[in-house]
Design a binder for this molecule. Structure first.
Ligand code: PEP
Length: 246
């Protein structure tokens, strides 16, 4: 499988920040891993036009292909402007917009139908971890958020403990190992052996200083990176760390 370094710019960046894509392309003219940047929606088309090496993804999509849904973006539109992927079920969307597993599954199915790769995010809150509910939460999110159309080609699962996102806190290697092994086993139990090829990303305060260690953990096939993806100078060492595992 081809490993994946994915960056989520969230609601950061202005038009001029697309120059970071040029910087990334210069630093990685022919990468041995997939590089994906998910900028805010208004920058998607220019980003996709601008970037020959870096793949471009959205941060959300609607479950329908078109219609009276003011402010929403259809997966077909995202695909039509040259993007390859869409992040779905990020914890900030689950929190800020009350997105449910069912809604995320519908969006994921629509993304698949449009020919997009869905990067589906799951992860426990701090309280859920303290109460030993982590694996139950992951099981419920996997069962509820992934539609039957999920394959290794059209789906990436990102394990993002909510308490590790943007906090500087990172789970122990053992905690990541346990979560990723559980996710892998759960996917194989549902989708069969082909699910061994579904890429599993770790996300939550990944930076250059911890990327090497995280990428050594079994079943970690890349990272979903927030803050450290905004500047090529921060993201590039993470890409290098992933390439160094090959
Ligand atoms: C994220 O946005 O998915 C994320 C993991 O953010 P950060 O790397 O900043 O913790």
């Amino acid at each position: 499988m081809r490993k994946l370094a994915a960056g989520n710019w969230k609601m950061n960046g202005l038009a001029e920040n697309l120059s970071e894509l040029d910087n990334l392309t210069q630093a990685h003219p022919s990468p041995n891993v997939d590089i994906l940047i998910c900028p805010p929606a208004p920058l998607l088309m220019q980003a996709a036009l601008q970037s020959p090496v870096v793949q471009i993804g959205a941060q959300d999509c609607h479950a329908k292909t078109n219609g009276a849904h003011t402010g929403d973006i259809s997966p077909d539109l995202i695909k039509s402007i040259g993007a390859t992927s869409v992040i779905l079920g990020h914890s900030e969307r689950r929190q800020d917009h009350g997105e449910t597993n069912e809604q995320i599954a519908a969006k994921t199915q629509a993304a698949h139908a449009a020919g997009l790769i869905a990067v589906v995010c799951i992860g426990e809150t701090h309280l859920q971890r303290l109460e030993n509910e982590t694996l139950d939460v992951l099981a419920a999110q996997l069962a509820g958020s992934l539609p039957a159309s999920s394959t290794a080609e059209n789906t990436v699962v990102a394990y993002e403990p909510v308490w590790a996102i943007g906090t500087g806190l990172v789970p122990t290697d053992q905690q990541i190992d346990q979560a990723h092994a559980f996710i892998r086993d759960t996917l194989v139990a549902r989708f069969g052996d082909t699910a061994k090829e579904i890429r599993l990303l770790y996300g939550g305060s990944v930076k250059a200083s911890n990327a090497d260690a995280i990428f050594q953990i079994k079943n970690v096939d890349g990272a979903l990176v927030g803050g450290a993806s905004l500047k090529a100078s921060d993201f590039s060492p993470i890409i290098n760390a992933l390439e160094n595992t090959l």
